[in-house]
Design a protein around this ligand. Structure first.
Ligand code: GLP
Length: 260
C-alpha cells in the first residue's frame, strides 16, 4: 500500500480530489465507488468546487455507493441516499440514472444485494473505490469478522459502530441495526482504492489496517492484498504508525510521473 500523510484533512482531501479528477479527465465514463460518513465530506466539497470553478465534469460517470441502512426511507436525512444528494449529487452534473445506492427498503434484501453486484459488473467494475474506516476497522459496513471474500449482503452493526454513528441521530436507539453493504471481496475488485482517515480517533484502526496482520478482525487490513491501494491520512490518523517516517520518505521521493 502507499501511505500518504498530510498536515491536515483539507490537504489530504485535495490530494484525494486530485486522484478522482485525474481519473475523470482520463476516463469521463469512469465508475466511481463512493463512501459516506464525515470523512469524505471535504473531498466532496472540493469536487463540487472543481466542478463549479474548474469545469470538472461528472456527466458521463457512474457511481456505486458502498452501503445503506436497512429500514430508513430514502428521504430520511440520515439515509445515505439523502447524504449523497446533500453532499455531492445535487451540486454536480451527475446523471441520476447513473447513480446507484443499495435500497435499504428492498422487500427482498438478498435479491437486492445480488442485483447490486450484477449492476457493478454490468458497468464494467469499479475504477476507483473511495473508503473511510470505522474505529473498529470496518470498511463500508464490513464489521470485524466479515469474510474477506464477502460480496454485497446484509450485515448487523457492532455496538461500537452504533455508538459511533449515534451522533447523527437523536438517540442511539434510532440507529438502524442492519445495513446493506458491498463486501470486502467486492471492494478488493475495484481497480484502484483510496482510503481516507482523519483524526487521532482513527489512529488505532489505521495502524491495524496498515501494519497489523491480514485479519477479518480488521476488515480494512484486506487492502494489504490490493495492488493499487492508497491510504491518505492527516497527522492525527497517522499518529500510531511505526513506519510513518519511511512512508513520508517514499512519498517525497516518488517520481513525478507516478503522481497523483
Ligand atoms: C460509516 C460508513 C463507512 C465510514 C465509517 C466511518 O458508518 N459506513 O463507510 O467509512 O463508518 O465514518 P466517519 O467517516 O464518519 O468516521
Amino acid at each position: 500500500m502507499e501511505i500518504v500523510i498530510f498536515p491536515d484533512a483539507a490537504a489530504a482531501s485535495r490530494f484525494a480530489a486530485d486522484v478522482v479528477e485525474d481519473l475523470l479527465r482520463r476516463r469521463p465514463t469512469a465508475v466511481l465507488g463512493l463512501a459516506t460518513g464525515s470523512t469524505p465530506e471535504p473531498l466532496y466539497a472540493e469536487l463540487i468546487r472543481r466542478h463549479r470553478e474548474d469545469g470538472l465534469r461528472f456527466a458521463g460517470a457512474r457511481t456505486f455507493n458502498l452501503d445503506e441502512y436497512v429500514g430508513l426511507p430514502v428521504d430520511h436525512p440520515e439515509s445515505y441516499h439523502a447524504y449523497m444528494r446533500r453532499r455531492l449529487f445535487d451540486h454536480v452534473d451527475l446523471d441520476p440514472a447513473n447513480v446507484h445506492i443499495p435500497d435499504g427498503l428492498a422487500a427482498d434484501p438478498a435479491a437486492e444485494c445480488e442485483a447490486y453486484e450484477d449492476a457493478i459488473q454490468d458497468a464494467g467494475g469499479l475504477d476507483l473505490q473511495v473508503l473511510g474506516i470505522g474505529s473498529d476497522g470496518h470498511i463500508g459496513f464490513n464489521e470485524p469478522s466479515s469474510s474477506l471474500g464477502s460480496r454485497t449482503r446484509i450485515k448487523t452493526l457492532t455496538p461500537e459502530t452504533v455508538a459511533d454513528n449515534a451522533r447523527f441521530f437523536d438517540s442511539p436507539d434510532e440507529v438502524p441495526r442492519h445495513v446493506l453493504t458491498m463486501g470486502v471481496g467486492t471492494i478488493l475488485e475495484a481497480r484502484e482504492v483510496i482510503l481516507l482517515a482523519f483524526g487521532a480517533g482513527k489512529a488505532p484502526a489505521v495502524r491495524r489496517a496498515v501494519e497489523g496482520p491480514l485479519t477479518a478482525s480488521c476488515p480494512a487490513s484486506a487492502l494489504q492484498l490490493h495492488p493499487r491501494a492508497r491510504v491518505i491520512l492527516d497527522e492525527g490518523a497517522a499518529g500510531e504508525l511505526e513506519r510513518a517516517g519511511y512512508y513520508r520518505w517514499v512519498f517525497e521521493n516518488k517520481p513525478e510521473w507516478q503522481r497523483p
